[in-house]
Design a protein around this ligand. Structure first.
Ligand code: FE
Ligand code: FE
Ligand code: ZN
Length: 298
């Protein structure tokens, strides 16, 4: 498989003055042909009206640069928790916000929204899973085109969606399973106990058997600061964690995963973006730790 087939990008900002257009320009500056944004601050639900986001200019510039809008991913804010069965107002806020986010994404032309399934906050995991099913059914629209990718979680705190069985349960029980798929996060998978260093093919086959590889809509590519099964969720730059560059390249170029949309969420180093360098390393399969370390020296 060739580097030219890759759909690779990273998380970028969406901010004034030109919002979506600025996001695209940031992604292009890294040599990306995909990217992911939050439609506002990830930790709150305040959002600008979509008419102010430069949608027309954004879509035109995507065309000029030969990038499909399918490769532009939105991540829902991580404060919304559809798994909350303890506090009805928090659950309702999550449902209401998710519905407005679905509409906002469809206005922009986005095809895929990444969502953290939720956390049990004191209840049993199974109760949270049923609550998430209820929440997705309440939020999704009858004629919805936007797909929702439930992210594989690390297992920190009371998170659910920490294994393929739990994600399968949600997908099998919602009213519109055609709308729901999965986003792999390599850091989270490792932290949750999936051994990508030694058992990549088994992990892929297990996912295919339980959920189906066609349901893998997007992948977050991150190294992990912590060892297998640590349930920590601390992202590391490529080759600076327990997964290592070789394992990440094996994942990215795996024949069964080559066509998937891949998004880096690795940390900035000393207020400098690592993405130009990390994307280049991925495309060339050549690791250059010095160039990342140099970012830390300024
Ligand atoms: Fe996430
Ligand atoms: Fe992620
Ligand atoms: Zn994470």
């Amino acid at each position: 498989m060739e580097a030219k087939d890759l759909i690779i990008g990273c998380h970028v900002a969406m901010k004034a003055p030109k919002y979506l257009l600025n996001s695209l320009q940031e992604a292009l500056s890294y040599g990306a042909n995909a990217f992911m944004i939050y439609t506002g601050a990830p930790q709150n639900t305040i959002r600008k009206p979509t008419k102010d986001l430069f949608i027309t200019e954004f879509q035109q510039t995507l065309k000029t640069n030969n990038i499909s809008i399918d490769n532009v991913i939105v991540h829902a804010p991580y404060i919304i928790n559809l798994g909350n069965s303890v506090k009805p107002s928090t659950f309702q806020l999550a449902v209401d916000f998710l519905r407005t986010e679905i509409i906002r994404c469809q206005d922009i032309g986005i095809k895929t929204l990444v969502l953290h399934p939720g956390a049990a906050v004191g209840a049993l995991p199974q109760v949270a899973l049923d609550q998430i099913v209820k929440g997705l059914d309440a939020a999704c629209l009858p004629n919805q085109t936007l797909k929702i990718a439930l992210e594989t979680m690390s297992g920190k705190g009371s998170e659910v969606g920490i294994n393929f069985e739990q994600l399968q349960y949600i997908i099998n029980n919602v009213k519109q399973p055609n709308l729901i798929g999965v986003c792999w996060d390599t850091c989270h998978l490792s932290d949750a106990g999936y051994d990508l260093n030694n058992n990549l093919d088994e992990v892929i086959n297990e996912f295919d058997h339980l959920i189906g590889l066609e349901k893998l809509f997007v992948m977050h590519i991150n190294d992990s600061k912590n060892p297998l099964g640590s349930r920590k969720d601390r992202h590391a730059n490529l080759g600076m964690g327990y997964l290592g560059f070789e394992t990440l390249v094996n994942i990215i170029y795996h024949p069964k995963l080559i066509n998937k949309i891949k998004i880096l969420e690795t940390p900035w180093i000393n207020d400098q973006s690592p993405y130009l360098h990390e994307i280049k390393m991925i495309r060339t399969k050549q690791y250059n730790k010095d160039i990342l370390l140099a970012l830390g020296e300024k």
